[in-house]
Design a protein around this ligand. Sequence first.
Ligand code: PLP
Length: 418
Amino acid sequence: MSNSPVWHPFTQHALEPAMKRIVRTEGACLVDEDGARILDAISSWWVITHGHRHPAIMEAIRRASETYDQIIFAEYTHEPAEELAKGLIEVAPGGLEHVFYSDSGSTAVEVALKMALGYFHNTGRPRSRICVLEHGYHGDTIGTMSAGERGVFNTAYEPLLFAVDRLPFPGPGREQHTLDAFDSLCASGEVAALLVEALVLGAGGMKVYPAATLAELKRIAERHGTLLIADEVMTGWGRTGTRFAYEQAGIAPDILCTSKGLTGGALPLAATLSTAPIFDAHLSRDRRRTFFHSSSYTANPIACAAALANLDIWKTEPVADRIAALASRQRQNLKRFEADPRFRDIRQSGTIAALDLNVPTQGYLSDIGPRLRAFFRNRKLLIRPLGNVIYLMPPYCVTEADLDRAYDAIDEAASAFA
Ligand code: PLP
């Protein structure tokens, strides 16, 4: 235990060793106070896409900070936010026409939930229910915790959480079960929105489900006038192989939540994109139909400039090739564990690879997670298993040699623990 006054997130200070200070970030690595290079194999909680301190993003931040700091975003606007909104609409296929800014993944989802309820309220057909997938994670604010899986993380806060309808996870062979459950829930006419992580449920255990199921969920939602909210906070910006995961389902959500990789991970920013009917439902001479949401740092111009640089990198650099190469190297590496009894449920979605260590102690609170973390930390690897679920989600600039080294360490860890 350290005597620092800093209270860290998701950290049991009574059990954690003193934290190493990071003094610099570089490409796929963090450099600590002893000069050691640590491979950031989880992109610093999934935010860094192109690599730490991509020069074009850092330059955009530097230049924007010569002109702007924060600017109130009601009554006034600014070029970085205007240009970014246009750019986002251009790259997010399927009828998304409006962009609402906020500052984290959680707020992007909170905004989406409020937009959905506001849409039904303002059009005179109020709906009160929100439907989600079991094992979902959407953030740690009250609304997003309510929508996420219930468990040890939120037991203490239960009195503050609202009820949602939970669909069974569409695991292999269980897809129809999920679809039928959704169809019958929607038949009530009360479900405002289905909120789902697209293709991969992240913090819930890197659980992957087929694009065809997402497509079918959208079709059912449409039939019942229910909105589809795609939470692409983790999956956006190439993680699953395409810029947004929903593209693989050949559908478009009514509301899209993006954050993390939106700025390439360099600065906090989020956007919630909506279709025209949702915006229009808030357009009225009656002020009560205003979208009542804001946060102080909405559309921070420097963060918007970083996001514009990210859009530019997608246009000017071979990002798709890098993603394909990383996905391919992940696939090759996962192959070595295919028939290995020390692992279960080997899975991949684009650049995200995950596998479960075959140990009897499971669940997030079992000490297998912290023991694995320490094992990897000793090998200068930042890998944070979710219980016995080991996953790798590195920045796209990771070298093959570094990635292979992470797999060598996973192999060693399996011999030590499984
Ligand atoms: N939604 C998803 C799918 C996430 O993975 C996360 C964070 O990991 C969030 C929302 C919350 O984002 P933030 O931590 O930026 O609030």
